[in-house]
Design a protein around this ligand. Sequence first.
Ligand SMILES: [Zn+2]
Length: 275
Amino acid sequence: MKIKLLFILIFISFNLFAQKKIGKDIGIWSIQNGKLLSNQQYDNKLGEHYWTFIRELLPTPLMDQYVKRFRIYTDGKEGDLGGMTLINDSNQDWQLEVDIADLQLEETNQEKIVDYQHTLIHEFGHLLTLNITQIAPTDDEYQDDSKGYLTSEGYARKNSYLDVFVAQFWPDELLFQWDKIDQIRNQRKKENRLFDFYLNAPRSFVTDYAAESPEEDIAESWTYFVMDEIKGGNTIKEQKVAFFYRYPELIQYREEIRKKLRYIPSAYLKSFKIK
Ligand SMILES: [Zn+2]
């Protein structure tokens, strides 16, 4: 039952070119230099309201450089909470989307505020680790080991955040095990095997969702870096959170985001429970 619940609650996606459209459209807007362009098909006031809130929370330089489209949608409460998806194969144009049933700006429940802050920081984590400066687009379908770690967006560039993260935390043996699971085409079976993969090493992953892939692992670890105070520890998951302290620019981003958070939970990593 737990397994089923877990994967019903999976919330985050970065599907290549937004192939799988999630939920029902509420509005889609082009973004130009950080500004939302009116679209007469949709409720512009609502779009502006959400976009302003998100743009104020997340570091502006990266958001303004890469986010070219903003979508609000809903699939009801929970389910998918948001996504950061490529619009084309340039790795330069991204769409941010959020489910407004899960991101209610008038929300007063602290747990729900923490959840949506988590989603937004996580999605920003994808932009941070998968943009063109980090990932080199490729036509390769299968990984050529001499070129590094292959994501759906391309190869992790040498010394990119993901390259260093994978080298440190995903030894070949682990990558090999994960890759075998990732190739399972039966979705349900794959999800069950991924959950077992997490249960095999719960002290290595900040959440069960982090075990989904190295890309999700770094985005989830980044989220705990921003929302928690962990600077090290004996477990691999603590080391993954502390990983980001080696980058001054990320410490800066962390501070900027934290100033704007509505609510910062205490001992966030410790309080994680499988839903
Ligand atoms: Zn994600």
